[in-house]
Structures are given as structure tokens and as C-alpha cells.
Design a binder for this molecule. Structure first.
Ligand SMILES: Nc1ncnc2c1ncn2[C@@H]1O[C@H](COP(=O)(O)OP(=O)(O)OP(=O)(O)O)[C@@H](O)[C@H]1O
Ligand SMILES: [Mg+2]
Length: 459
């Protein structure tokens, strides 16, 4: 990997430049050698360079000016400065301006190579970090939240408005509705995106462990506390702390959390030193916190502290129009992740998916889509391939019925549904009335009566 590094060499002495270039190229580096610092800066604006090595004393621009220019545009690009023997002061000066290192002429080849090697390693580490950051943003960005229902568009608008501030956000919604996805989207849409997103599940741990998990502990504060440990609050400094399943927090810890939210300060378990943090808190719950407040299981003051911005994720069955979009999204994702060829759900199968109740919401939908794609060998997944509970006929009615708006006129609505079914049966039966009646489970004469009633042409 190191060998592919691109090094930009800047020195006004052409001969010396050539010597260095040959030395570095022999080591396998790609080298661009330029004797004019202004040309070199122009070159930097057009090319990808991993490390810059520049002379200090040059006629047009000094090494220090080159350095300052570079730091302004590419703060992470390592710059190595070559200074003449005896100019230690300016060497100290350039380090202050962010040079990666300096070496004093005359230096040995090994000295130069070692320093360049270190600079390349640093440059690659930064690039790696940057790529990872990008990948995280891609994976958890707002655009990963699929859906076009009114409800989801409202959620996205709220995420947009809430993200730039430090306001605490409370996300409510049934299990699997996307609470964590939204919490991450808020973080990655916020100015804190380059700082940590730290997640704590308040249910997974008992109260004692959770306290030291959140606040950290001092060495010796309890049996087993063999070393000082920073808690999640400290780890999240500058970033976002995601408190999942907040409804499970014990009353005792609720008091402590309230204090941190009010004062942004706390002590580690067994410690006396006050630690202050800059965090944004996002909490999530699948419980109705107002009910817990009424039952005395959740502190009212904490509830109001958390509930500054509230985002409620509706269950999937209340926004069925998102289901086809989500299915398409998960199909693409699973096929790509498993390098599988094209596969899809038949229209009828998709209708069943749209009609199902989805008690486990999007997570359950995702699992069903994935297992069908992986387990069904044919390229088209049909109704017969779906899990039994989804094939249940009842759910078909529900999906149709869920699309009807309230308030409605019951008799009128039932008539419209009946008329629509009669029409569909006729079309399916190619207008053979005996067959259409069979489809509907009624006699031919009753069908004819209904055709007349609804003014439907029977042929
Ligand atoms: N709108 C959406 N678009 C695409 N994927 C989604 C959406 N909502 C949720 N998901 C996916 O569904 C799965 C469940 O979401 P998530 O873990 O955020 O739910 P949750 O509400 O935190 O659930 P739980 O209460 O069970 O912890 C995740 O894989 C997530 O990526
Ligand atoms: Mg969750």
C-alpha cells in the first residue's frame, strides 16, 4: 500500500530535486518533482497527493508559505520541511504551523525515507478514517429512511429541523419501527456528525451496571473496579448519546440522568471530580411514557426534559403505502449484499405483504424479505413461498379496509366495495357470467340482479 503513495517534492535546486526524486522512485513511490513552489501549489489543486516534501528557502515562496497554504486547504495533508543546517528557529516555527516533521540538511537517505514513511502512514490513516466516516454517513444518512407516506415525510421534516440544534429528542414507536435508524440519521445530519454516536440500551443491563456504564467509575469504587473507566457520557463528548429503551430506566437512575441533562455535569461512580460534557441526547422508547408517568414509574420532570422534540414513528400497518417501497429497498439491499442475481416478488405476493399486520414492523418485514430471497430458489417469489401467517386471507381484507378514509357512510361504502368486486369478477371471468358468479360464490341470477343494481354492463 505504501508504495502507491504519491509524493510531491518541491525544491528550487534542480539537481538536488533530481537526486531526491530518483531515491524515492527507487523505493517505489510515485513522485512529482517541481522546482517552482507556485506551480507546485497549482498542481496540488488539481491532483491527489499523499505527502508533500518541501525545501524551506526558495526564491518565490518560502517553505513556510507553502505550508500555510496547504494547511488552509488540506489540513490533513502531511508536509515535511527540509531546512538548512542552523535554522532551528524557523524549524520550530514551521512545526507550530502544522508541519508533520522537519529534517536538517544535509541528511542521510535513511533519515529522509523514515520521515516520509511515517508521513505516508499518517496520510493513509487519515484517508482510511475519512472513508469510514463517509461509509457511516451513507449507511445511516437520512436518505436511508425509506418511505413516502405522510407520516414518514413528517418524520423526515422533523429530523431536518431538529438535527442542527442540541435539543433533546424523544423518539417513540413500536418495536422495529426504525427508532434507532432515525436517531442515527439525526446524528449524521447534525454538526456533531464527525464526533461519536454512542448507544446505550437501558434494558440490557441491571441498574448497578448501567450506572457505571453511563457515568464510568473510579478505580476501586466497587469490587471489580480494578481500573478507572470512562462512561458512555464521556465517550459521547462532542457527539450524540442515544439512550435506547429509556422507559426501562430505574427511578434511581432517572434522578441521576435528570441532573446530567440539566447541568451537563456528573461524577464517575465512586468519584468526586465533576466532569462536564457536551452531548446531545436522543432517547427512544416503545412504551407510552405518559402512562408510565401516571403510574409513577417514570419521573414527570425527566419526561419533560427528554420530550423537547418528539418524533413518533407510526406502526407499519398505519402506513401501508410504504410497504412496496420498503420491499423494493430491502430486495435491492439483500441481492447486493449477497451478490445474487435478480429476484422479485410477484404482484400477488406483494399484495399479501402489503395487507399483513406486521406486529414486528419494519424489522419483521426486512426479515421476511431476506429469508424469502435467500431460501426460495426461483426468481419470482409467489404467495405460496410466503410465511403462513402472511398468507392468511384475513390480512387481505385489512389492507383494503385500511385504505378507506374516515368518516364514511357504511352502507354506501359496502355498496361500492360490492360493485367493485362484481366488476373485478367479470373481468377475471372474461365476462362469462356463470364463471363470475362462481368466483363470487353466488348464483347467476343474483349476479344479474347486482349488475342491474349497480348499473354494470355484464358483457
Ligand atoms: N424507514 C425505513 N427505511 C428503511 N429501513 C428501515 C426503516 N425503518 C426501519 N428500518 C430498518 O428496520 C430495522 C429496524 O429498525 P430499528 O432498529 O431502527 O427499529 P427500532 O424502532 O429501534 O426497534 P426496537 O424497538 O426493536 O429496538 C433496521 O434494520 C432498520 O435499518
Ligand atoms: Mg432499537
Amino acid at each position: 500500500m505504501q508504495e502507491h503513495a504519491h509524493i510531491l517534492l518541491i525544491d528550487d535546486e534542480k539537481n538536488y530535486l533530481l537526486v531526491l526524486q530518483t531515491l524515492l522512485e527507487d523505493k517505489g513511490y510515485t513522485v512529482t518533482a517541481l522546482n517552482d513552489p507556485e506551480t507546485a501549489l497549482a498542481f496540488l489543486h488539481e491532483s491527489e497527493v499523499d505527502v508533500v516534501v518541501t525545501d524551506m528557502k526558495m526564491p518565490k515562496l518560502t517553505g513556510q508559505e507553502v505550508l500555510q497554504h496547504i494547511k488552509q486547504f488540506w489540513p490533513h495533508l502531511p508536509v515535511l520541511i527540509m531546512t538548512a543546517f542552523g535554522s532551528i528557529e524557523s524549524a520550530v516555527e514551521v512545526m507550530k504551523y502544522g508541519a508533520f516533521d522537519y529534517i536538517t540538511k544535509p541528511f542521510s537517505n535513511d533519515e529522509l525515507l523514515l520521515s516520509i514513511n511515517n508521513a505516508v502512514e499518517l496520510a493513509f490513516a487519515h484517508q482510511q478514517y475519512y472513508l469510514l466516516q463517509q461509509e457511516l454517513k451513507d449507511r445511516y444518512g437520512v436518505h436511508q429512511i425509506v418511505g413516502n407516506s405522510r407520516a414518514i415525510r413528517d418524520v423526515l421534516a422533523l429530523v431536518d429541523r431538529a438535527a442542527p440544534s442540541r435539543s433533546t429528542v424523544l423518539i417513540a414507536g413500536e418495536s422495529g419501527t426504525g427508532k434507532e435508524l432515525v436517531a442515527r440519521a439525526i446524528h449524521f445530519a447534525s454538526p456533531r456528525r464527525d464526533k461519536p454516536f454512542v448507544s446505550v440500551n437501558c434494558m440490557a443491563l441491571n441498574a448497578g451496571v448501567l450506572e457505571s456504564e453511563l457515568f464510568g467509575h473510579e478505580k476501586g469504587s466497587f469490587t471489580g473496579a480494578v481500573a478507572m473507566r470512562r462512561g458512555r457520557f464521556e465517550q459521547a463528548d462532542g457527539g450524540t448519546l442515544f439512550l435506547d429503551e429509556i422507559g426501562e430506566l430505574s427511578l434511581d437512575l432517572q434522578v441521576k440522568l435528570l441532573r446530567v441533562l440539566q447541568e451537563r455535569r456528573f461524577e464517575r461512580v465512586g468519584g468526586t471530580e465533576e466532569i462536564s460534557v457536551d452531548i446531545r441526547v436522543v432517547a427512544a422508547t416503545n412504551k407510552d411514557l405518559t402512562k408510565l408517568v401516571a403510574l409513577g414509574q417514570f419521573r414527570e420532570d425527566l419526561y419533560y426534559r427528554l420530550n423537547v422534540v418528539q418524533i413518533t414513528l407510526p406502526p407499519l400497518r398505519e402506513r401501508r403505502e410504504d410497504i412496496p417501497l420498503l420491499v423494493a429497498h430491502f430486495v435491492d439491499k439483500v441481492l447486493e449484499e449477497n451478490s445474487m442475481g435478480k429476484k422479485s416478488f410477484s404482484n400477488e405476493a406483494l399484495n399479501y405483504l402489503t395487507g399483513y399486520e406486521w406486529p414486528g414492523n419494519i424489522r419483521q418485514l426486512q426479515n421476511v424479505v431476506e429469508s424469502c430471497l435467500v431460501l426460495v430458489p426461483t426468481t419470482i417469489i409467489t404467495v405460496d413461498d410466503l410465511p403462513a401467517e402472511i398468507r392468511d386471507e384475513e390480512s387481505q381484507f385489512k389492507s383494503a379496509v385500511d385504505l378507506l378514509p374516515f368518516p364514511l357512510d357504511l352502507a354506501d361504502t359496502l355498496n361500492k366495495i360490492e360493485a367493485a368486486l362484481v366488476r373485478r369478477s367479470l373481468v377475471r371471468a372474461d365476462f362469462i357470467q356463470t364463471k363470475a358468479a362462481e368466483y363470487l360464490g353466488i348464483s347467476k341470477s343474483l349476479l344479474q340482479y347486482k349488475l342491474k343494481k349497480y348499473g354494470i354492463a355484464g358483457h
